[in-house]
Design a protein around this ligand. Sequence first.
Ligand SMILES: [Mg+2]
Length: 222
Amino acid sequence: MTETILLDMDGVVLEGPGTPQSVYDRAADAAAEELGLEPTDRQRRELRSHGYETVKSACSELGADPREFWRRKETGASRLAAERIRSGERGTYGDVAALESLAERATLALVSNNRHETARFVAEFLPVPFAAARGRRPTPEGFHRRKPDPHLLRDTLAELGIEAGLYVGDRETDVLAAEKVGLEAVYLRRSHNADVPLPEGAAYEIEGLDELDEVLEASEGR
Ligand SMILES: [Mg+2]
């Protein structure tokens, strides 16, 4: 019997497939200023990029500790992301409301490749009683171990003391990660993935979070 639903965050509850690059740009510029760095235009582009290797290479040229820069950039991005969500600049999908009633019969949790701080913020911000919220750590290792690495899902299941359930996501990496930990993958269609072929291994395909009630019933009947 399935009574646990883990959900991806970006593109599932938060509108749009992910954090826009402009957030990382601003976070990188702020981190550079905090550390007193004076990057060239090229180095600034590298510091802004959403990948650790380029950030590390620019930091080494600038004599800065790349881990410290990365931590500050991630912290800044989390702060900016929270501001954007709080102000409504980044919205949540209307069908998130369906999770409120679903929470009466199922344990819900957020498991995201986004930063842990942002996942925690969203769990607090939404009127949905999430039992757990987990995202990547603000370290290079955390960045490298995003889904399809299954550890975020595995750690959440351990935290909840649960071994089976559903994982709802909008990307193939969500399906791959779910399979690795024995969760049934639910592929959610949004406008940004409307034409993407259904990933192999998806147990269910839905058009909205309000269909999760039916999925839960089908899954319990298996
Ligand atoms: Mg997503």
